[in-house]
Design a protein around this ligand. Structure first.
Ligand code: SAM
Length: 259
């Protein structure tokens, strides 16, 4: 039973971290003419109205993108995707990762998006239609394993689970290992929350065992409200493009200023 809805959390500081790294990576990849494949296992609904009651209730965007927007000059690919979304959908809208990919990729690139929640899937289907994405109402991990290595072989997969199911922390590193073996040139990004309880630590150890060269980037931020368990955001990056470390260092400095 899926109950997580990203609308409560869209545009929070974890999204800023994840989406800035995603946009920077896609920007590097599209500097070459060769077409690429983008696969997303847990896509969400793609488009979020930050004035919706769910978003206002948590106030996470107000303490996230509303504060961090100035970190990104207008030429930054994340800022470009934000601006394109607002131009096309309205000033209060925020792009999820599928729309960030949609805005930064080209017609020659292939986009595969998986989302299991029926309403989120329907909304995603609608929001991503202008980009010609293939949208699947299927388990994203199984689907990624079935289509990878994809055609074109060059490209990336983003794995962004909601970690609702306790076993996610065991299943996901296993699937990341399988995916990396099947698609050894593929760029694979896995997002994880840094919770007070440290659930991510054994997961990272398992990933390091199958992909020792993986780059791990973590940022910390003040909990969004008293008692909130998320203290930071992490990204595992397997085969990241050359140059991503410039952005990780820049983000580290910016997040540190939050205290
Ligand atoms: N990646 C999105 C973004 O950054 O805009 C946010 C995704 S949200 C954190 C995780 C999504 O995964 C939820 O919409 C949830 O319904 C979906 N989900 C959960 N389990 C799934 C599964 N096994 N396969 C596909 N989607 C799943």
């Amino acid at each position: 039973m899926l109950s997580y809805q990203h609308l409560y959390h869209a545009g929070n500081l974890a999204d800023v971290h994840k989406h800035a790294l995603l946009a920077t990576t896609l920007d590097y990849l599209t500097r070459k003419d060769k077409p690429l494949t983008y696969v997303e296992t847990h896509a969400g609904r793609g488009l979020y109205d930050l004035t919706a009651p769910e978003a206002v209730k948590t106030g996470e965007a107000a303490k996230g993108i509303a504060i961090a927007e100035g970190w990104f000059p207008t030429t930054h690919p994340y800022a470009r995707a934000l601006a394109a979304t607002r131009d096309q959908r309205g000033a209060t809208f925020y792009p999820g990762s599928p729309l960030i990919a949609g805005h930064l990729l080209r017609e020659t690139d292939s986009i595969h998006l998986c989302e299991l929640h029926p309403q989120e899937h329907a909304a995603l289907d609608y929001a991503s239609a202008p980009f010609g994405a293939k949208v699947y109402h299927e388990d994203g991990l199984a689907k990624a394993l079935s289509i990878c290595p994809p055609t074109p072989r060059r490209g990336m997969a983003l794995i962004d689970p909601s970690y609702e199911v306790k076993t996610d922390y065991e299943t996901i590193p296993r699937v990341v290992g399988q995916l990396h073996r099947k698609w050894n040139v593929g760029i694979i990004y896995l997002w994880y929350p840094i919770l007070r309880e440290g659930y991510h630590k054994p997961m990272l150890a398992e990933i390091k065992a199958v992909a020792p060269e993986a780059l791990i980037h973590e940022v910390r931020f003040p909990p969004v409200r008293d008692g909130h368990r998320m203290e930071g955001s992490g990204m595992v990056m397997i085969n990241p493009p050359y140059g991503i470390e410039t952005e990780t260092k820049r983000l580290t400095g910016l997040f540190r200023k939050l205290g």
